[in-house]
Design a protein around this ligand. Structure first.
Ligand SMILES: NC(=O)c1ccc[n+]([C@@H]2O[C@H](COP(=O)([O-])OP(=O)(O)OC[C@H]3O[C@@H](n4cnc5c(N)ncnc54)[C@H](O)[C@@H]3O)[C@@H](O)[C@H]2O)c1
Length: 347
């Protein structure tokens, strides 16, 4: 029997998810939720719609939720779904702050339900091949991403304080953890916005992370860089004691071609449905994904303060804020039982 899902969010990415749901025989669309009911109806004609995810799930007998709302709504929508006993597959970022992402990790534990974050660019078989190549390079010293494009989105991204780091660089940061099989320790970051940028916030960033094991990961990016575009994955270079691997982010890296199969959000959806059947935690499970968001928040804080920032300090501050802000007593009790947050997160 296909997994019956309610999708929250019928915007630009929501439509891509609706197409992925329609193409996957393992899932079936039960309803669509959006604050804008006309958008929900237009995205999925003839399907039950509403503005509240739990109400629509109850009305339609849905078993799971896909959360493709704007980042600020990820916490309320996902927390409500988990509290109602519904597992959730959410778009990145897990939440708009690390504190709220920790709250969702605790909410997932309290409910005993999966919360998986879809980092669509992880589900790329070429990235998996690059990871295999990197694993053969011995001790790694250096990895770098260059990301330069000039998209004109309109909408929420052009109003954000840190559009590049928060909305885009999270993909590269998450991929760096995956490729290096390492976690972030510290970051130094500067962001800035050229006078002619069409973004309100900083569209350019340069960040250097120290990773566990000693390798450095360097990210250079801009979202207002006309000309000589890199791919959407950026270009990559990884150097270890036995050599260097590079990737243009688009074409097949050296080695056998990737096996045919779903990629991107289609692969994430497939993995979510499989994880619910098998109980095996998928890539992107919230306890694994939090560190990617912590890299973003640490980079933003480093740029704001003009000095290096330890990831452990970001996690400690986020934990304190999560405890202060949490309204659900059971989630609060779970958070309170985490004396050292990092021990509750996993690679
Ligand atoms: N993985 C990728 O490559 C990728 C690409 C684009 C967007 N995204 C992510 O997808 C998410 C959505 O982005 P988008 O471009 O579709 O945004 P969008 O603004 O086009 O659409 C978001 C929709 O969510 C709805 N919404 C807001 N609050 C809601 C709530 N509380 N309940 C129900 N609906 C609510 C809005 O009305 C809107 O229709 C974001 O988290 C974004 O970062 C990921």
């Amino acid at each position: 029997m296909p997994l019956r899902v309610v999708q929250a969010g019928a915007g630009a990415m929501g439509r891509a998810w609706l197409a992925a749901v329609a193409a996957d025989p393992a899932v079936e669309l039960a309803g669509v939720v959006d604050l804008d009911l006309d958008a929900a109806r237009a995205a999925a004609p003839g399907v039950p719609v509403g503005t509240d995810v739990v109400t629509v799930a109850e009305r339609t007998g849905a078993e799971a939720v896909i959360d493709v709302t704007v980042p600020a709504a990820h916490h309320p929508v996902t927390a409500a779904a988990l509290a109602a006993g519904l597992p959730v597959l959410g778009e990145k970022p897990a939440a708009d702050t690390v504190a709220r992402a920790l709250s969702l990790a605790a909410a997932s534990e309290v409910a005993g339900k999966l919360f998986m974050v879809s980092q669509s660019r992880r589900w790329n078989p070429r990235l998996a091949r690059l990871r295999e190549t990197a694993a053969g390079l011995g001790t790694l010293a250096f990895a770098a991403t260059d990301f330069f494009r000039a998209p004109r989105f309109g909408g929420f991204r052009e109003r954000m304080a840190q559009p590049l780091l928060v909305d885009m660089a999270i993909h590269a940061f998450d991929a760096a953890r995956y490729l290096l099989a390492a976690d972030p320790v510290e970051v130094s970051c500067r962001t800035w916005n050229p006078a002619w940028s069409w973004y309100d916030g900083d569209a350019c960033a340069a960040a250097t992370f120290e990773m566990t094991g000693g390798a450095r990961y360097v990210y250079h990016g801009s979202w207002c860089a006309p000309g000589a575009d890199t791919s959407w994955n950026g270009t990559w270079r990884i150097t270890g004691e036995h050599g260097t691997a590079s990737w243009d982010g688009d074409t097949d890296p050296p080695g056998p071609p990737p096996a045919p199969g779903p990629e991107g959000i289609a692969a994430a959806l497939d993995a979510f449905a499989r994880a619910l059947r098998t109980g095996v935690a998928p890539m992107g499970e919230i306890h694994e994904n939090v560190l990617s968001l912590a890299m973003v928040e640490a980079a933003v804080t480093s740029s704001d303060r003009g000095r290096p920032v330890l990831i452990d300090d970001v996690l400690r501050d986020a934990h304190r804020r999560a405890l202060t802000d949490e309204r659900d007593p059971a989630v609060r009790a779970t958070l309170a039982a985490w004396p050292d947050v990092r021990t509750h997160l996993r690679r």
